[in-house]
Design a protein around this ligand. Structure first.
Ligand SMILES: *Cc1c(COP(=O)(O)O)cnc(C)c1O
Length: 468
């Protein structure tokens, strides 16, 4: 599915938001002031913001209309009824606990079911999922399939390594495993999908061992689209039918609805187990809100109730996945090494391959992300050793992340074909000067999720220092 042409947008623009490109000199200053942490740059100083596809979606006219119907009653609001009906219809489970975003769903779930020293097994933990597991004293383990590390064009590189998963269950014992999670799509290996075949195998294995099996399903619709395209059994199914098939294979789901909820905030937990529901609800009332709003407004719930269906529209998904693929193909043409095949929501550039002169403990991904800002006012995010690297607790030795990636996440329905071509021009400038890019070192960091707030220092002086 290699797009030579950017897909024509299946919508037209009714409301616009201005963006400005600062001069290169100003961008260099802003970056330095943010201690080289792109999370600390003001959004108004960014031209194209690809930090995340989370909560950055442009709403549709139908969602804005639904927002006007929002019922802000504290308990039993009509908005909740509409939200609940949509979630039950799309995600197939009996009960739903609304939360304000994905990590609060994780917090409530893991606080309730993860006992200290227990394992959480995942195809690949997303950063907040890993952080929340550790925070409750759990041990997060990843089982990405072997193909996720090779250069083949296997379509379902998001899959779980079933044999390794089974081995771990046998090795640690089922009573030491709090739950098994399938992250859909698998964000940290490149936004790559999971096949129904693989979900069926994990589901079967969990049944055998009486283990709780959940989805972390922020991008369920993108995943369903890949299943339709690449799993022959589903070639003639609708996205809604595939979604139903997926969710009937798990015990419940946690979702960050800031992605395929097509909204700016929201999340949930779904489940069929009444007893667990009662336990989760107890905690949710303390930390999140009453069960019929869960940290959201009525209008947010209404936006989501419409958004889940819009995410499953095939014309939209063709355009969405096509836009990401188009960007990937263009980057390859100019010599940017990317993770292939391209996934659903982002392009992942292999910064380790682009910048072999920067050692992993000097964060080549961070170097590339900084270059995107300096060269074009583009904000990208490092997904490598700055995000996932750590020091061995015994030896103090640096353990790098498996790969040094930079993610260009594409907000939904936000940027046009010409924005994408602009990005490619910026990337081309970076490729031309890649040998002059420098490494970084951390000067200050917190205990969890350090990439959000840490301070960095540049390890060689290029133009950034000459601006002093
Ligand atoms: C975004 C995301 C989360 C966390 O959700 P937030 O809404 O950002 O709190 C968890 N898992 C996956 C796979 C995600 O993409």
């Amino acid at each position: 599915m290699n797009s030579k042409r950017h897909p024509a947008e299946p919508f037209r623009i009714k409301s616009i938001e201005s963006i400005t490109l600062l001069s290169e000199q100003e961008r260099v200053k802003k970056l330095k002031k943010a201690n080289y942490n792109l999370f600390k740059i003001d959004a108004e100083d960014i031209y194209i913001d690809l930090l995340t596809d989370s909560g950055t979606t442009a709403l549709s006219n139908k969602q804005w209309a639904a927002i006007m119907l929002g019922d802000e009653s504290y308990a039993g609001a009509k908005s909740f009824k509409r939200f609940e009906r949509a979630v039950q219809d799309v995600f197939r489970h009996r009960y739903v606990i609304p939360t304000h975003q994905g990590r609060s769903a994780e917090n409530i779930m893991f606080s309730t079911i993860v006992k200290p020293g227990q394992y959480v097994l995942n195809n690949t933990h997303f950063d907040t999922t890993k952080g929340n597991t550790l925070h409750k004293g759990g041990i997060p383990l990843d089982f990405p399939c072997k193909e996720s590390k090779d250069s083949s064009d296997f379509a379902f590189k998001g899959n779980m390594d079933i044999l390794a998963l089974e081995e771990a269950i046998l090795k640690y014992g089922a009573d030491k495993v709090a739950m098994v999670i399938m992250t859909i799509t698998n964000n940290s290996v490149g936004g790559l999908p999971v096949s129904i075949e693989n979900i069926r195998e994990v589901s079967e294995l969990c049944k055998q061992h009486k283990l709780l099996f959940y989805f972390d399903c922020a991008r369920f619709a993108e995943n369903a689209f890949f299943i339709k395209r690449y799993e022959p059994e589903f070639a003639d199914s609708t996205i809604a039918e595939i979604t139903a098939e997926m969710f009937e294979l798990c015990d419940g789901a946690m979702m960050s609805a800031k992605k395929d909820g097509m909204s700016n905030i929201g999340g949930f937990i779904t489940l069929n187990d009444k007893e667990l529901l009662e336990q989760l609800t107890e905690l949710m009332i303390i930390v999140e809100g009453f069960p019929t709003y869960g940290g959201l407004t009525g209008r947010d719930l209404d936006s989501l109730a419409v958004g889940f269906y819009e995410a499953m529209e095939e014309e939209y998904l063709e355009y969405r996945i096509g836009q990401v693929n188009y960007l990937g193909e263009k980057l390859k043409e100019i010599g940017m090494p990317i993770v292939e095949p391209t996934g659903g929501h982002a392009i992942f550039i292999d910064a380790g391959a682009l910048l072999p002169h920067i050692p992993v403990d000097e964060f080549p991904g961070q170097s590339l992300a900084a270059a995107f800002y300096v060269e074009g006012g583009v904000r990208a995010v490092e997904i490598g050793s700055l995000m996932f690297g750590e020091n061995d607790t015994k030896t103090g030795k640096f353990i790098p992340a498996p790969r040094e990636l930079v993610r260009l996440a594409i907000p939904r329905r936000v940027y046009t074909a010409s924005h994408i071509d602009y990005l490619v021009d910026v990337a081309k400038k970076i490729v031309e000067k890649k040998d002059s890019l420098c490494g970084y070192k951390i000067t200050k960091q917190p205990k969890f999720l350090r990439h959000f707030t840490c301070d960095l220092e540049q390890l060689c002086s290029e133009k950034v220092n000459s601006e002093k």
